[in-house]
Every structure is written in structure tokens, then in C-alpha cells.
Design a protein around this ligand. Structure first.
Ligand code: ADP
Ligand code: MG
Length: 385
């Protein structure tokens, strides 16, 4: 689960991380009132959306007067915000953060993620903040400092000093950096983050170290025990299909291709996506209905796939184990009746009650393309799409 910048900053602030003063606005008028409340000098108006790269898309603007604040706020709220992370259609902005402008001397990067190889959280810091860290990692990996964190002990004082000095900070700034690094690690560990990032983390002209932007992702599997975090969810920012799937207990991830995939089991779903790509197609989604899905869940899975306008063909690839092939056949027939399947549908069934499932489908008179095996199914669906 992702959250907004203003929510992530509040969590950081609660953990002792210095952040600039800011106020949340839901309209341009409210933004202007906040501009006044912050002193009426210089402020930054920032679109609150889950996507990053807002600065590049015109979603972060320095404003120097009431008029400028009003016109920028109106512009951001009225137009879809397109950033390198949103796709060409952009996203609607509903809230703005009006923030005190900071006099920036240098922008740093700091983030914590889980390092699967060492099975530990790793803190990464760099003097190259503000810009895309992927580019820094690809072109100048030596500019990323890594420190592993013991999840039981947290980030230790010697590690804070080491990071500070490796970033080239002076003694005073190393001291000033302490609360941010410790606070970031505390939030990451206490709140079951999968990512906690501050970019940019800035050294100000007067020598303070402040978090200017914050991004956090949380492990969905931990939300049941983190009620305060679960409440920060903003469903309007999430893919509608992924949201519906979550409610129905299905694992669904929207992708960029044209072939809708309905599969049971994460491993089979992965290999289905691989074989579609191998035969020249692109999957429109990952969807695992799970081992024990019932007919209603499978029908809902169809509704989700078919409500995606980018889907040009559907591949049903089911290995009946706990779920029986006749259950799938029933669900396919229900989906045809209920949702009206208007794109080609290729079906590959194997396993428990396969004969019965196939018989039901062939007797239904529905225009289903049956495949003899996985390769055959992939070839047919790629052709159909
Ligand atoms: P994003 O990463 O989505 O583009 P940021 O919050 O990082 O959004 O803002 C982009 C850039 O805008 C920052 O790198 C920084 O240079 C500038 N910026 C953001 N907030 C402030 C602020 N409060 N004061 C001054 N500059 C800011
Ligand atoms: Mg940023």
C-alpha cells in the first residue's frame, strides 16, 4: 500500500524527523489561505498523488504571491497530472500541500528497502538527491552508500556517523542528520514498510538537514496489525481493478499489455505470462484466483479482466487441483451470460474433472477457443489479440 507525501511526512515528523511546515488544501482558495498562514512570502504548492516525479510534470511549484498561489493551485487541480510514473493519461489531483519554501544548499537521497540477498533492510544514501536514483545506480553505483540494518537493534549511532561522513557532511551536519536517519529507520521497522524514502533530503543554507519529500510503501500483509497505517489508504489513488480484486480475495496486478490472463496459482500465472511473451504477446494483467476459488470469485475475476478496455483477448489457464475444472466451466458460462464476453477467449483446462469441464463448455455453444496445451493456448491467444 502506498500513501501520500503529506501522510508520510507526518509519520516521519512523529518519529523526530525535521520537515518544513506545511498545510493541506482541498481547493485553490484554501491553498491561498494556507499561503497567508505560512507568512505570505514564498511557498511551494505540491500535488498530492501517489505517483512520483511530480516536479517534472508541473505538480510542484514555487509561488511568490497570493495570485501566483491561486493560479498554480487552480491549474494543478483542474488538469490531470502527467509524470514519468503515471502513464500518458495522468492522474487527477484532489489535494495540495502548501509548504514553506526551503533555501536548499544541497539535495541528498536516503531510503530504506528490503535487501533480499542479505535478508536485511538496507539503508541507501547518496549525494545525488533530487534526481532519479535509478539513473545514479545505473551510471555511478559508487555514489550510493549502503548500510545494513539489524531489525532488532535498529540503526546504530556509529552507522549514522559513518553515513554522514561518507556523504561528506561536516561535523555539525552529521549531528543534524542523526534524527532523520534514526527516524526513517524507526518508521521503516515499526510500520512494516517495504520502502521508506526521502528524496530530496536537503542541507539548508543555514546548515539544517530537512526532509523535503517522502515516499512510503507498506507490506499489505502487515496491515491487519497496523490500524493507523491502514487508515491512511486512499482508494481513489489505486487501480480500480486491483481494488475490486483485493475485496474479492484475488491477487491481481494490472500490466501494460493486451492479453487478459485468468490463472490459478502464482507459479502458473508467472509461467503463463512468460509463455505469452515468448510467443510475442504482452499480458494485460497478472491474476491468480488462488487454489480454492469458488465460482463467484472466478466470475468476479472475469468481470475485472473484461472491464479493462485494453484487453483484446483472454487466456484462461487453469490446472484443476483443489479447484475443479467444472467449477471453472460454470464460471466461464456465468461470465458469458452476465458480463457478455466480447473479446476472443482461449481456454486451457487440465486436472480434476477436466473431461466434465470440457464437455460443459463444448455443449454450451459459446465461442470459446479450446487449446490442447499451454504452448497451443499461448499461440492461439497471441494470434487472437
Ligand atoms: P517529486 O519527487 O514528486 O518530483 P518533490 O517533493 O521531490 O517531488 O519536489 C521536486 C523538487 O522540488 C525537489 O527536488 C526540490 O528541489 C523542490 N522542492 C520540493 N519541496 C520544496 C520546498 N518545500 N522548498 C523548496 N523546494 C522544494
Ligand atoms: Mg522527490
Amino acid at each position: 500500500m502506498k500513501i501520500h507525501e503529506y501522510q508520510a511526512k507526518q509519520l516521519l515528523k512523529d518519529a523526530g524527523v525535521p520537515i518544513p511546515t506545511s498545510l493541506l488544501a482541498g481547493s485553490a482558495d484554501e491553498a491561498v489561505a494556507h499561503f497567508d498562514a505560512l507568512g505570505g512570502g514564498v511557498a511551494v504548492v505540491k500535488a498530492q498523488v501517489h505517483a512520483g516525479g511530480r516536479g517534472k510534470g508541473g505538480g510542484v511549484k514555487v509561488v511568490r504571491s497570493k495570485q501566483e498561489c491561486k493560479s498554480e493551485a487552480e491549474r494543478i487541480l483542474a488538469n490531470p497530472l502527467i509524470t514519468p510514473q503515471t502513464g500518458p493519461e495522468g492522474v487527477t489531483v484532489k489535494k495540495l500541500l502548501v509548504e514553506q519554501a526551503t533555501d536548499i544548499a544541497h539535495e541528498y537521497y536516503v531510503a530504506i528497502v528490503l535487501d533480499r540477498a542479505s535478508q536485511l533492510p538496507v539503508l541507501m544514501a547518496s549525494t545525488e538527491g533530487g534526481m532519479e536514483i535509478e539513473e545514479v545506480a545505473a551510471k555511478t553505483p559508487e555514489k550510493i552508500i549502503k548500510t545494513f540494518i539489524d531489525p532488532d537493534r535498529g540503526l546504530l549511532p556509529y552507522q549514522v556517523r559513518k553515513i554522514g561522513y561518507l556523504l561528506g557532511l561536516k561535523n555539525e551536519q552529521v549531528k543534524a542528520a542523526g534524527p532523520t536517519l534514526k527516524g526513517l529507520a524507526k518508521v521503516y521497522l515499526d510500520k512494516d514498510c517495504s520502502l521508506a524514502e526521502i528524496n530530496p533530503w536537503v542541507r539548508t543554507a543555514d546548515g539544517n538537514m530537512i526532509a523535503l519529500d517522502a515516499k512510503m510503501n507498506f507490506d499489505d500483509n502487515a496491515l491487519f496489525r497496523l490500524k493507523d497505517i491502514a487508515e491512511l489508504r486512499d482508494e481513489a489513488e489505486e487501480d480500480p481493478g486491483e481494488l475490486r480484486a483485493g475485496q474479492a480475495g484475488l491477487s491481481y496486478v494490472k500490466l501494460d499489455g493486451t492479453i487478459g490472463c485468468l490463472v490459478n496459482g502464482a507459479g502458473l500465472a508467472m509461467s503463463t505470462m512468460d509463455i505469452i511473451k515468448y510467443h510475442g504477446g504482452e499480458p494485460a494483467n497478472f491474476l491468480d484466483v488462488g487454489g480454492g476459488a469458488n465460482a463467484e470469485q472466478v466470475t468476479e475475476a472475469f468481470r475485472i479482466i473484461l472491464s479493462d478496455p485494453t484487453v483484446k483477448a483472454v487466456l484462461v489457464n487453469i490446472f484443476g487441483g483443489i479447484m475443479k475444472c467444472d467449477t471453472i466451466a460454470t464460471a466461464i458460462m456465468t461470465a458469458f451470460k452476465e458480463v457478455g464476453v466480447k473479446v476472443p477467449l482461449v481456454c486451457r483446462l487440465e486436472g480434476t474433472n477436466v473431461e466434465l469441464g470440457r464437455k460443459m463448455l463444448s455443449e454450451s455453444g459459446l465461442p470459446i477457443i479450446t487449446a490442447s496445451d499451454l504452448t497451443d493456448a499461448a499461440k492461439r491467444v497471441v494470434e487472437a489479440a
